[in-house]
Design a protein around this ligand. Structure first.
Ligand code: FBP
Length: 258
């Protein structure tokens, strides 16, 4: 676990992600969460171990952010929909000046541009580690040759690639059940695996069920955005996430459905 320890409570953690304004556009937002100050307040009060943002938010809002900063070093819009590539837009040095405790980077494995991203990540990983920062890899199979990006094989391949490339943690999509996710966690070897939140689920119980399943499968936590700051009660949802992830409580019992 090593460099990720500082973000962990009992070996687990919850990362709040708020880079969707770049990745998806304000279409993800409503009149509350379009304001970064609203989401920063959730990060500060909701029991999160790190806050993942692009350099712009890290710079413009640094005085308000009270949780460890994870600065994403690359990103892209969703407008161009062919072979995905996200190139570096922030240096490790700049991330450190912005107060980062960790840096993040996305690689789309399977993309025609995979090699480009791997090369760029290689330099980032070495520089960040030399400076003592943790490196979290958002690692998503995507592109013409990826027919299904959430199969057991694909997600396990992603997690393993994160280990092979020197990341300290792999952030991957949910495979749909506990058994398949257990193989993903095994494939990642010594590095912790975080589930990406994904679009808001129909019910809170559904999302907490996924969270509980990945924790039972050996995940170290989640990196979540929409399911928290799109919630009607973001701090209530954050509390439930803490109870399921950190305290190991059952979603059904918490929501009194059993
Ligand atoms: P969500 O919980 O909102 O899905 O956020 C997790 C995340 O990895 C974000 O950091 C990122 O912006 C987004 O998902 C990317 O999702 P995709 O590339 O699948 O649209």
């Amino acid at each position: 676990m090593g460099r990720m320890n500082r973000f962990m409570r009992n070996g687990k953690s919850i990362i709040l992600a708020y880079d969707q304004g770049l990745e998806h556009g304000p279409t993800d937002f409503d009149s509350r969460n379009v304001d970064p100050a609203f989401v920063i307040d959730i990060a500060n009060k909701g029991g999160f171990d790190a806050f993942a943002v692009q350099k712009g938010l890290a710079e413009k809002y640094h005085e308000q952010i009270e949780v460890p900063l994870l600065v994403k070093l690359n990103g892209k819009t969703k407008i161009y929909e062919k072979e995905p590539v996200a190139n570096q837009n922030c240096s490790v040095e700049r991330a450190i000046k912005l107060g980062a405790s960790a840096v993040g980077y996305t690689i789309y494995i399977g993309s025609a541009h995979e090699a480009e991203m791997m090369k760029e990540f290689g330099s980032i990983e070495e520089e960040a580690h030399d400076a003592g920062l943790a490196v979290v890899l958002w690692i998503y199979p995507r592109g013409e040759f990826v027919k299904n990006d959430t199969t057991r094989e694909m997600v396990a391949y992603a997690a393993r690639t994160a280990l092979e490339l020197g990341a300290d943690a792999a952030k991957v999509k949910y495979t749909g059940d506990r058994e398949s996710f257990a193989w993903v966690v095994k494939s990642a070897g010594a590095i912790p695996v975080y589930m990406a939140g994904g679009p808001k689920t129909k019910s809170e119980l559904e999302f907490l069920g996924h969270v509980s399943a990945v924790m039972e499968a050996g995940a170290s936590g989640i990196a979540v955005g929409r399911n928290v700051w799109q919630s009607n009660d973001p701090l209530g949802t954050s509390k439930l996430l803490n109870q399921v992830i950190i305290d190991g409580k059952s979603p059904e019992k918490l929501l009194k459905t059993v």
